[in-house]
Design a protein around this ligand. Structure first.
Ligand SMILES: [Zn+2]
Length: 186
């Protein structure tokens, strides 16, 4: 069953919705806004955003709200443990992928079965901190969330950082989902 958006924000014309920023800018949790769950893409692809809005009927608002609540807790945890290591600045979470429409998945040569299509999966990376700290935080999350018994009660996966010598080029990301308990590396 799909719940889509609550009635008042079902888009009649996607472009109008995008132009009317208050509608898709609403907060789903203190630090997470609706559009982040619709438009997130690792390289902010305009093509992805276009396809996401075109297929907005597949987007699940309630599942995204669950995601926002989950990520808000995670953000709180990260700051309780690591904010002091970030000169006291709050560490934020960037969502690099959330909802993915089936049309997009097929275009990427994927099955279309991903939990991302159900708006129940989120790829994230810590931001507003150094890459080094982001990597340290993700390693910590891997340590505490990898265990099937005591870790994340859903899908959990890790894309490890990319190095050039000792220099971090890409921080990598962590995938969380609310599907079956599974673990993998990319
Ligand atoms: Zn993912």
């Amino acid at each position: 069953m799909k719940s889509h958006f609550p009635g008042q924000i079902i888009p009649d014309h996607h472009k109008d919705l995008r132009d009317t920023t208050y509608k898709y800018n609403i907060l789903l949790a203190n630090n997470f806004r609706l559009y982040e769950f619709i438009e997130a893409h690792p390289s902010n692809s305009e093509k992805f955003k276009r396809i996401a809005w075109k297929n907005i009927e597949e987007f699940n608002f309630e599942n995204s709200r669950k995601g926002a609540s989950f990520l808000q807790s995670l953000r709180g945890y990260i700051n309780r443990v690591f904010q002091d290591n970030n000169d006291g600045h709050e560490i934020a979470i960037r969502i690099t992928s959330a909802f993915r429409p089936v049309e997009w998945e097929k275009l990427q040569g994927r099955s279309g079965d991903s939990i991302h299509t159900l708006s129940l999966a989120w790829d994230i990376q810590p931001v507003n901190c150094s890459l080094r700290l982001a990597v340290q935080i993700m390693k910590h999350l891997e340590n505490i969330h990898w265990s099937l018994d005591e870790g994340h009660q859903g899908g959990f996966a890790v894309k490890r950082p990319t190095y050039n010598g000792s220099r971090i080029i890409l921080a990598g990301f962590i995938h969380y989902d609310m599907g079956r308990k599974r673990r993998w590396y990319y």
